[in-house]
Design a binder for this molecule. Structure first.
Ligand code: ZN
Length: 117
């Protein structure tokens, strides 16, 4: 029986970027906060610093001599994290707006402050 092609992840517009502070809002890592290390747009995932750590067993490399069990971040679904507003210091919803200079910026819906400054 021929296998159906794997449905590609629906590309969503990710409005988060590297170095954003986010909070995990669901799942076993719920409540944890961290900085975004990487946005994986094609997978709708983000890597968040010290969140969703997984143990990796690696072979010692002849160059660095390092090996054994290392811990690293596993990607999280973008829908599981929420941006933290630097002004209200809570996970918040935001919308995009154009600044006076014509640049796109994100605005916190709670305090109406520009998140990107
Ligand atoms: Zn705010």
């Amino acid at each position: 029986m021929p296998r159906a092609a794997k449905p590609k992840a629906e590309p969503v517009r990710i409005r988060l970027k590297r170095n954003d502070l986010v909070e995990v809002i669901t799942g076993k890592e719920q409540g944890k906060t961290g900085k975004i290390l990487k946005v994986l747009r094609e997978k709708n995932q983000v890597l968040v610093e010290k969140v969703n750590m997984i143990k990796c067993h690696t072979r010692p490399s002849p160059t660095s001599g390092q090996g054994g069990i290392i811990e690293k971040e596993a990607p999280l679904k973008v829908s599981k994290v929420m941006l933290i507003c630097p002004k209200c210091a809570t996970a918040t919803r935001f919308r995009l707006t154009a600044t006076a200079e014509g640049k796109k910026s994100r605005v916190c819906l709670k305090c109406k402050e520009l998140i990107d400054g």
